[in-house]
Design a protein around this ligand. Structure first.
Ligand SMILES: [Zn+2]
Length: 238
């Protein structure tokens, strides 16, 4: 299956020997659209595959299990012929880095032969010309973001050596917005996702709402024009 996108086409073409497909879900927009596309591909071309959703819950900012389940439930309804297991969950330990926890969990599941390959919904940062500015005139560039290191990574392909597939790695959030528009998912799947990384339970209504202050919230607003419009944040393109 080829999904056309202005930034880069997304290709799903798994080798025949692959039967169990892991899918890392966070409850955010990127992994949610990847989930939708993977289910669509399986439903149309590979009903012999089984999806194994994988989620890691952060220690403070707790919402990943809940929102990942929303995403899975939506995709199951859209594509009822796709086989999917229950979500494989792991709670991050105290003092444990989120990315370390993530890698350890994937390694463990791979060792247990839970999947033959897995998909990650990592996307590209906005171009260097884009900065975000909040109401207090704080500037947010790539440097403010934990994930900016990922920019240095090359996309991986499925094959004999690699089992990790990151088809969205060259696509930024505006490209992700294009996908939600293309498949009419802005009024349903999009609203079941959460991107915020704030650890403030008060301003996020106990991790239900977005804070509209953190990098991920500002990026969400930049790309999706903030349909939940809670705070009047200023966005600058320079
Ligand atoms: Zn936030």
């Amino acid at each position: 299956m080829i999904v056309h996108n202005a930034q880069q086409d997304i290709i799903f073409d798994l080798p025949k020997h692959i039967k169990k497909v892991g899918l890392k879900l966070s409850g955010g927009v990127d992994s949610a659209i990847l989930c939708y596309l993977l289910f669509k591909y399986i439903s149309e071309e590979r009903t012999d595959l089984t999806v194994i959703p994988i989620t890691i819950e952060k220690i403070i900012n707790v919402y990943h299990f809940k929102f990942s389940q929303f995403v899975i439930d939506f995709c199951k309804k859209e594509f009822p012929d796709v086989k999917v297991t229950k979500i494989q969950k792991r709670q991050q330990k105290e003092q444990e880095d989120h990315f370390v926890a993530h890698n350890l969990f994937l390694k463990q599941l791979k060792k247990e032969k839970m999947f033959d390959c897995h998909f990650l919904g990592i996307t590209a940062n906005p171009s260097d010309k884009v900065i975000f500015k909040d109401i207090k005139n704080n500037i947010y560039s790539h440097e403010a973001r934990e994930r900016h290191k990922e920019k240095m990574l090359k996309p991986t392909k499925l094959g004999e050596i690699y089992i990790s597939h990151r088809p969205l790695i060259n696509i930024d959030k505006k490209g992700i917005f294009e996908l939600y528009q293309k498949f009419n998912l802005l009024d349903n799947l999009f609203l079941l996702t959460r991107s915020c990384v704030s650890e403030d339970s008060k301003i996020t209504s106990n991790f239900e709402k977005h804070c509209w202050h953190c990098w991920d919230c500002l990026e969400r607003k930049w790309a999706f024009k903030n349909p939940e419009n809670k705070f009047d944040l200023e966005l600058n393109n320079v």
